[in-house]
Design a protein around this ligand. Sequence first.
Ligand code: UDX
Length: 438
Amino acid sequence: MLISVIGTGYVGLVSGVGLADFGHTVTCTDIDGEKIKSLQRGIIPIYEPGLSAYFDKNVREGRLTFSSSPPETLEKCDVIIIAVGTPSRDDGCCDLQALFAAVETIGSKGPDGKVVVIKSTVPVGTNRKVQNILRERYNLTETLVVSNPEFLREGKAVHDFFHPDKVVVGTDSPRAREVMEEMYRPLYLIDTPFVFCSFETAELVKYANNAFLATKITFINQVANLADAVGADVHTIAKAMGMDGRISPKFLHPGPGFGGSCFPKDVRALVQTGREHNLDMSLAREVLSANLAQSAFMATKLERLLGNLTGKTVAALGLAFKAETDDVRESPAIAVIEYLIERGVNVRAHDPQAIETARKILGERVTYHEDLYQAMEGADALIILTEWNTYRVLHVERVKDALRGNVILDTRNVLDPAAVQAAGLVYEGVGRSFKGSE
Ligand code: UDX
């Protein structure tokens, strides 16, 4: 099958590489010519574990190419995948400019009869609108649109592509369904559940899925704060809750709040879609404000531990929104650091991958350190903001030697409190202020 992918961000690139590995011939395009040039030279612009091996293999075997000229590529292919970004606008709606630009390219250049797969996360109603535009404005009456939302996690995107929990396909056309079955044929061999449904259902599955997970995280964050207040252990609570099959143990890890390119944006979009239909998505609305409060609360926790924050020096370990990525979009780590800067703290930051991406947001308002123990040098406190493995194995004695103060605020609960306390340091996590042994 000949496939053209428009957009080489996380979703587009991983899907392109994965589909090439399924044996299809894939050409990826992007309006960012520099990105395409770099991909043509074999340089992947994002940090995604495991991607480069599949990338190299499929380029070498001739199934994966990159082009900055979509029209030529579109003409020859059977399937066009749109995987362009749909960022949040200030009003919470999705910015669909890039998506409609791609639709225009397909409409004005492409011959009729293709299957256009929309992987970008789009508000309910968008797939139908695209289908109507292609039919009415461009007279492409045989072109079929399919909603195929993506559930890849950054950092685990390659694994998720090859082992999805589900594949959602929104279409009312039997031909489009057959083409999608053919495109994903290797997944049938591992018995992936396919969900065939309408455009609107597929679109809403994506928002409901992400908003539910964001709600789950927010719930455990609030329980963790309460556990701190009453002296209980949130990890035991989460473990016991997770033993109930109706709840499941996943996404019950407390922290500084959720971030990334999807959860905050998708929950906002769900609230906005409700508004457009005169429905108050009050729970989702509350999740957004509770999530903002959670990152602010981390700064308050530190203030309680240090007293006045003004003029204090804090080593911030972690800038990425989660481990195994260099992505800092809506990162709670950045949010906490912003609060600290506002309160007059000198921040010394470390991250194994995300310094350059964070620099674009924080500029020179913090200092950046390649070496994590150097970041702690002379600091009054240490705050762990991302759950990188390298922070799980911190050498407590070296930490103690490097710090001027003795406070560790572990917003990701990655350290062993007993080991930190045994070294004579003050430990605070999120929901772990229990007394005694559990
Ligand atoms: C998410 C969805 O998981 C994925 O299905 C969708 O396609 C895109 O959005 P991603 O943004 O890569 O993926 O990150 P994810 O691993 O889901 O984490 C999102 C945020 O929640 C991170 O900031 C993470 O640190 C936080 N989180 C996650 C928690 O605080 N606790 C948890 O238990 C799980």
